[in-house]
Design a protein around this ligand. Structure first.
Ligand SMILES: [Mg+2]
Length: 312
């Protein structure tokens, strides 16, 4: 279990930084051109400012903010919001310690203008808030509350709402974190979708997300849409994970589609890391990762909270 928890956090960060250089290369051919014959790998790049290999983006920084908040305060959306602000305006948890690299427009707007007392506690869906920002950071909730389905649902929703008040954005985090719990509990991935259909809250999942789940396995890769929309990103991540049989193949597939490549790599990485464990991550990938000591410390603390959580 510990290997899965630590692996999940490190694979999320690895998928993020591996996809970062090609985030704006929108086609599979452009991704292939960029990495050349050696394929997707850690690479120093000038494609988005000069960045060393291992430079992760908003996806990992915000995921670490959430993880640190859960460690410091238990579940406290105000503290989550404050830590995200500290990241946005001071570079807290960022790769270089000063830049909120990759920050999304909706997230920036919320972190600038939303007052603490305005953090929503119920969904009033706003069309403009369906982006990837909640899905890409939600992982620590599944890792910590894996023994309590009600907590996974309730806390995924409330945590997503801090910046994304949108039915799809919110429910992609519930589905994702539920699958994280299946990974931690050693359920074979072939059984994930049928098990999900037995969850008490399954009826509440929006039809668009159910459609993604129903067509998994029958989808042609050319039908996949890549974008900053959480529904598309969930589908790319699930497709990459279910149609491959290793962590490395899953993450590379998710980046290879082009589009929002760092987020696709991060979301796929979180899932694949929780399924295959830390040892499945190529050593070259973790070797390049920036701030790995910090990430190790956070992962160890998350693991110790997670492993001491009673089964309810
Ligand atoms: Mg990013």
């Amino acid at each position: 279990m510990k290997s899965k928890i630590v692996g999940s956090i490190f694979a999320h960060a690895s998928g993020d930084y591996l996809g970062m250089p090609v985030e704006f290369a929108s086609t599979p051919a452009q991704v292939q051109d960029f990495f050349g014959s050696e394929g997707i790998r850690p690479i120093d790049t000038n494609s988005r400012g000069t960045k060393p290999a291992g430079y992760y983006t908003d996806d990992t920084a915000m995921m670490l903010c959430l993880a640190q908040s859960l460690i410091d305060k238990g579940f406290d959306t105000l503290d989550q919001f404050q830590k995200y602000k500290k990241w946005a305006f001071e570079g807290y948890m960022s790769a270089d310690g000063k830049t909120s690299f990759g920050i999304g427009q909706n997230t920036l707007r919320k972190l600038m203008w939303q007052k603490p007392e305005e953090i929503p506690t119920a969904i009033h869906s706003n069309d403009k808030e369906g982006g990837n920002g909640a899905l890409m950071r939600c992982l620590p909730i599944g890792l910590i509350y894996h023994n309590n389905t009600d907590d996974v649902v309730d806390k995924s929703i409330k945590s997503a709402l801090v910046t994304h008040n949108n039915t799809i954005a919110v429910w992609t985090t519930v589905v994702f974190n539920t699958l994280i719990t299946y990974c931690l509990h050693n359920i074979e991935k072939e059984g994930f979708v049928s098990k999900l259909a037995t969850e008490p809250y399954y009826k509440n999942i929006p039809a668009e997300i159910k459609k993604v789940l129903d067509r998994l396995g029958n989808l042609k890769t050319e039908e996949l849409k890549t974008s900053g929309y959480s529904l598309n990103t969930l589908e790319v991540a699930l497709h990459s994970f279910f149609s491959s049989d290793s962590l490395e193949a899953a993450i590379k597939a998710s980046i290879g589609f082009g589009g929002d490549t760092d987020t696709q790599g991060a979301v796929t990485g979180g899932l694949a890391g929780a399924y295959y464990g830390y040892e499945a991550i190529p050593k070259e990938w973790t070797a390049h990762l920036l701030n790995k000591e910090l990430m190790q410390e956070i992962s160890d603390k998350i693991a110790s909270i997670s492993l001491s959580t009673p089964n309810t």
